[in-house]
Design a protein around this ligand. Structure first.
Ligand SMILES: *[C@@H]1O[C@H](CO)[C@@H](O)[C@H](O)[C@H]1NC(C)=O
Ligand SMILES: *[C@@H]1O[C@H](CO)[C@@H](O)[C@H](O)[C@H]1NC(C)=O
Ligand SMILES: *[C@@H]1O[C@H](CO)[C@@H](O)[C@H](O)[C@H]1NC(C)=O
Ligand SMILES: *[C@@H]1O[C@H](CO)[C@@H](O)[C@H](O)[C@H]1NC(C)=O
Ligand SMILES: *[C@@H]1O[C@H](CO)[C@@H](O)[C@H](O)[C@H]1NC(C)=O
Length: 258
């Protein structure tokens, strides 16, 4: 009887193989809560992310602005969390801690456009994402430049000029193991605040970046913070201010690959 049971149990993994083979797309939480500035492009971005998911089956999105989803239990099923054009303190301290623990357990983080413009006091979040938003000059034609070849930017022209915000950041994502993909040509941008800010974002100026196959200490030396080491992936692009961005095939190629 016992031997029979053992045989049945050991056969179980084999029986499961076909089921695992027909994998469903990884669940991804897209979080677009705002408490301050709210981008008009958010609903257009959500439509685009839903359409990409439907067309490609790359991910199974849950769109939400509900901070109560940020608990150990509710974050657990998600493979990635996407911060989409947020503003201000969109999670309380418990939510921030749950997010850090989930990142410490292997979760991956994606930031889209102003996804870095929130949780400014949360060291784990800023370190996981790579940095925080500082400021941007007025919306205008910006010429973005590629710093390397990478599947998430290869579809863009080498010098890519269109109407966007050139975001500046509060620290250098390269200092927390990120690799910068996109920069821009500051000499072509009308930016009176350029070089006057108290932060160092590194050079060339970061616009989009990733972290993969690297670990990062999310406490970054902050006393009292819960220890968490992130081993998952990060992908961030500061592109995406306008609604037109989220309707443009070229830009959506960048987002889909990311
Ligand atoms: C998804 O496919 C439909 C039908 O081909 C197309 O109209 C739509 O633009 C696609 N969406 C994206 C985001 O590429
Ligand atoms: C963030 O930290 C600063 C400086 O310690 C403090 O003045 C501010 O109130 C904090 N903001 C939030 C939302 O906790
Ligand atoms: C992490 O700490 C280092 C050294 O203390 C600091 O230079 C860097 O800006 C910090 N990074 C973040 C994202 O806080
Ligand atoms: C951006 O450049 C295009 C092409 O030169 C021009 O038509 C458009 O007016 C410019 N837009 C802005 C906001 O400067
Ligand atoms: C960057 O990655 C290396 C190698 O995995 C690790 O030793 C280092 O602590 C990481 N840097 C940060 C700031 O966490």
């Amino acid at each position: 009887m016992l031997a029979l049971l053992a045989t049945a149990l050991s056969a179980l993994p084999l029986l499961l193989v076909p089921v695992v083979g027909a994998q469903s797309p990884p669940p991804v939480l897209v979080y677009s809560r705002t408490l301050g500035y709210r981008h008009q492009s958010i609903p257009v971005a959500i439509d685009a992310l839903a359409s990409i998911a439907q067309n490609t089956s790359l991910y199974d999105p849950t769109f939400s602005e509900d901070p109560s989803l940020f608990t150990d239990e509710q974050l657990q099923p998600f493979k990635a969390v996407v911060f989409l054009s947020n503003s201000e303190e969109v999670l309380d301290l418990e939510g921030q801690a749950a997010l850090a623990r989930w990142l410490g357990s292997g979760g991956s983080l994606i930031g889209l456009h102003a996804g870095s413009a929130c949780l400014f006091n949360d060291t784990a979040f800023g370190t996981a994402l790579g940095s925080w938003f500082d400021y941007h000059p007025d919306l205008q034609n910006v010429t973005f430049t590629k710093l390397m070849s990478h599947p998430t930017i290869d579809m863009l022209p080498d010098r890519y000029t269109y109407v966007e915000e050139a975001h500046h950041f509060r620290s250098d994502p390269r200092s927390v193991n990120c690799t910068v993909l996109l920069s821009y040509d500051p000499s072509l941008v009308d930016d009176p605040a350029f070089g006057t800010r108290p932060y160092y974002q590194g050079t060339p100026p970061p616009i989009a970046w990733f972290r993969e196959g690297q670990t990062v200490d999310l406490t970054n030396g902050t006393a009292g913070a819960e220890a968490a080491t992130m081993t998952g992936r990060t992908w961030f692009t500061s592109l995406g201010h306008t609604s037109d961005f989220w309707r443009d095939e070229l830009n959506l190629g960048h987002i889909e690959a990311g």
